[in-house]
Design a protein around this ligand. Structure first.
Ligand code: T1G
Length: 709
């Protein structure tokens, strides 16, 4: 048989055709690889010399699934169904193949990759590899028979757990489920697969009773199926709100899992098509791809990031201790500096506490944890000890003079190539760097609290930040497993200002008679993790007030402090940290703070405001118009001009609902002309806070969108 291909490797060993997938980066089922795979299979089926077929992968992947960049291009269900049908015919042909098909699972066997493996008669897996059907995380469902073959192989409960969570399982668990027939060390995988082929060709094993689609012994009874599906639908109601795939997956189980496999996969194909063309799937797939592309900018192309082994952490407070966690958990050596021994002890204790969850869940052994703190973390109160570090991260008190003084001292202690990263959340980094001989070495490394858990790292380029400093910072961000989004230096950088823009409209609604609780509810319904008042109580009404003042000073009257905001601030109830803010936390659950209620009532009386209802639509339109407008202003000001990064930052930095893609994706869907007219209406009603950004007006006039489609 032919052995020369580009995207697969074919070898014949004693009458067994070994086909290895070889499509970088993850052996995804791109069209070009599938065409060669089908050709090689047909060749093997026709070749009398070939008695059996082994499928395996190269590198650390068997097959990672369908090529999701190609799935993104699909425009209609009708266009795609014929392809799915052919895919099923091919998988059926695999099962019906008179020549035994053995999957030798060498690495990630996911999505369509597992569906290929399940169409084989026998599965051998290397120890410790990932096996799963993660489609639901992309807004999809297993569309090549996964919802029908997996339950037939391992029973509905385990299959439902795998498919509705999308979580990978290790091959050890797959073996215990009966999904894998043999589990071997990686170096024995191919030989074991060849030996399995021998079992079939010698008649010891037969293919006829090893066709997953024809297995019924592990399917539930009608009653069991009904109760399991009802229970699962009830359990997922909250988490699946706004998503489509989880519900369609349940429909696949409910309408499928019959004795007529062909019927079952036609049901699945139709439901898969619904998911594939949904905005949710396109948004989730885009987020998956954009997350991996984040931080790759033209200005750093080809630059070699500096090697970082030892990192200085200045300040062991809330942020510093979380960052110490990231350094230790990702193989860095860390030295913690603080002003005195008491502060150091507190910082080390706080850092230890951040590991509590990992220790409790046995994700980190106690002795490994102790080793980290004994051998990978040192502490000092003397900046002179920073002479051998490769990177400095600063999270000391938010005072410009103090920070600048420390940086100037370090400039004569650290090597010239050492990057100075400040975790400041609001101070202008360009000003901070201005005292340095080489301001190009300074950059913002803005972590989000809790640093050890929040996935986003906002990397802020000051005006002087060098390309080399940026390249090293993005590489470091990836090394501590963060999503590195690069933005410009401006008030609130990107995320804080964008979130402020998204939540900032609330005070205008309240001042216009709308009950604050309905604004909270509307934002929760929209998919935000919390509404404006709850968020303000968390971050601090005083902090927000001072940021608002800074914005007004630096961004103009658009950001003038609203009189109602002023009145609420003057109460002195600043949120959770003072026991009461918009809500009174002395009660459980918290209740509206009577002092705020009174302040709002007084504002209504003084301004002849009549309390009124507002629909979810009116609230969301105002809040989102305000947020989209802020994004446009920031693009105009050069803070950030990559919509994919901006949306990624909001999803990973503030919990913006991923199924909506992000604020700019939402704006495109709404239509920029609609956004501008909404803003013009709001501007007439509420003033300059809603004055549409010129960029937005120009884009609307030209029929443009933020993303290219
Ligand atoms: N298609 C295309 N490109 C992919 C891809 C995929 N399925 N998976 C990863 N990539 C790219 C990724 O964008 C990055 O590109 C590079 O590979 C390395 O990725 C019919 C319909 C396999 C565990 O959901 O979970 O099958 O940025 O950084 O950390 O039922 O990638 O380098 O240019 O993540 O080693 C189901 C998704 C698809 C698996 C490897 N499968 N991938 O992790 O590398 S839908 C998935 C992953 C489906 C069928 C349905 C991970 C990984 P670049 P990486 P990694």
């Amino acid at each position: 048989m032919k052995t020369e291909y580009e995207w697969i490797k074919v070898e014949v060993k004693d009458g067994v055709a070994v086909i290895a997938f070889n499509n970088p980066p993850v052996n995804q089922l791109s069209e070009h690889m599938v065409l060669e795979f089908v050709e090689a299979m047909q060749d093997a089926w026709a070749d009398e010399e070939i008695k059996a077929i082994v499928l395996t992968g190269t590198g650390k992947n068997f097959i990672a699934g369908a090529d999701i960049t190609q799935l993104l291009q699909v425009k209609s269900k009708e266009e795609f169904l014929p392809f799915l049908q052919k895919n099923h015919e091919f998988h059926n042909a695999m099962e019906l193949s008179p020549k035994p098909l053995i999957a030798a699972i060498n690495g990630n066997c996911l999505g369509g990759g597992l569906e290929v493996a399940m169409a084989c008669h026998y599965r051998v897996a290397a120890q410790g590899v990932n096996i799963g059907l993660p489609e639901v995380k992309l807004g999809l469902l297993p569309g090549a028979g996964g919802t029908q073959r997996l339950p037939r192989l391992i029973g509905l409960p385990n299959a439902m757990e795998m498919i509705t969570t999308g979580k990978f399982i290790k091959s050890e668990k797959a073996f215990s489920y009966g999904l894998v027939d043999e589990l071997v060390p990686a170096e024995e995988l191919l030989d074991t697969a060849l030996a399995a082929a021998e079992k079939f060709t010698s008649g010891q094993l037969g293919t006829a009773n090893r066709m997953a689609s024809q297995r019924f012994d592990r399917l539930p009874s009608a009653a069991e199926k009904k109760s399991l599906i009802e229970f699962s639908r009830a359990m997922m109601a909250d988490k699946a709100k706004g998503y489509i795939a989880p519900w369609k997956i349940m429909d696949c189980f409910e309408k499928g899992l019959t004795t007529d496999y062909q019927h079952d996969v036609e049901v699945e194909a139709d439901l898969f098509g619904d998911c594939l063309v949904s905005d949710v799937a396109k948004n989730l797939i885009s987020i998956f791809l954009n997350e991996r592309a984040a931080g790759r900018l033209p200005r750093t192309k080809g630059l070699e990031p500096a090697q970082i082994k030892k990192v200085a952490m200045l300040g062991g407070g809330v942020m510093g201790s979380g960052i110490i966690h990231l350094l230790l958990a990702n193989g860095f050596e860390a030295v913690l500096w603080d002003i005195n021994d008491e502060a150091l002890d507190k910082g080390v204790e706080a850092a230890k506490k951040t590991f509590a969850y990992k220790l409790k869940k046995k994700k980190l052994a106690k002795d490994a944890f102790e080793d980290l703190f004994a051998n990978k973390l040192s502490t000092t109160t003397d900046l002179a000890d920073m002479g051998d570090v490769d990177l400095v991260i600063e999270a000391v008190v938010e005072n410009m003079e103090i920070k600048q003084d420390i940086w100037q001292k370090l400039e004569s202690i650290c090597r010239d190539d050492v990057v100075f990263g400040t975790n400041t959340s609001a101070l202008p980094i360009t000003d901070m760097a201005s005292v340095l001989k080489d301001p190009g070495r300074m950059i913002g490394l803005h972590f989000f609290n809790p640093a050890e858990r929040m996935p986003l790292l906002e990397i802020i380029c000051a005006q002087q930040t060098s390309d080399q400093t940026l390249a090293t910072s993005v590489s470091f961000g990836r090394a501590i497993k963060k999503v590195p989004v690069v933005v410009g230096d401006g008030p609130g950088f990107y995320v804080s200002r964008q979130l402020g823009g998204l939540m900032g409209g609330a005070v205008f609604l309240t001042a216009d008679g709308v009950d604050g609780a309905s604004v909270e509810q509307a934002m929760l319904e929209f998919g935000m993790p919390m509404g404006p008042a709850t968020l303000a109580d968390l971050t601090g009404i005083d902090i927000n007030y001072h940021v608002n003042q800074t914005f007004a000073k630096r961004l103009g009257e658009r950001y003038a402090v609203h009189p109602l905001t002023e009145a609420i601030y003057q109460l002195g109830d600043y949120g959770r940290k003072t026991g009461a803010g918009y809500l009174d936390y002395s009660q459980d659950p918290p209740v509206p703070n009577p002092r705020v209620v009174e302040a709002v009532a007084k504002y209504y009386a003084d301004n002849n405001v009549e309390p009124r209802q507002a629909s979810q639509e009116e609230i969301i339109d105002l809040m989102l118009a305000c947020g989209i407008n802020e994004a446009a202003y920031m693009i105009q000001e050069g803070i950030c001009d990559r919509p994919a990064d901006m949306d990624l930052a909001m999803v990973y930095g503030t919990g913006f609902p991923p199924y909506r893609g992000g604020i700019l994706r939402y704006a495109d869907k709404w239509g920029l002309d609609q956004v501008v007219s909404a803003l013009e209406g709001l501007e007439a009603k509420y003033g300059p806070r809603f004055t549409p950004a010129q960029l937005l007006k120009d884009m609307a006039a030209e029929g443009k969108t933020f993303y290219s489609y």
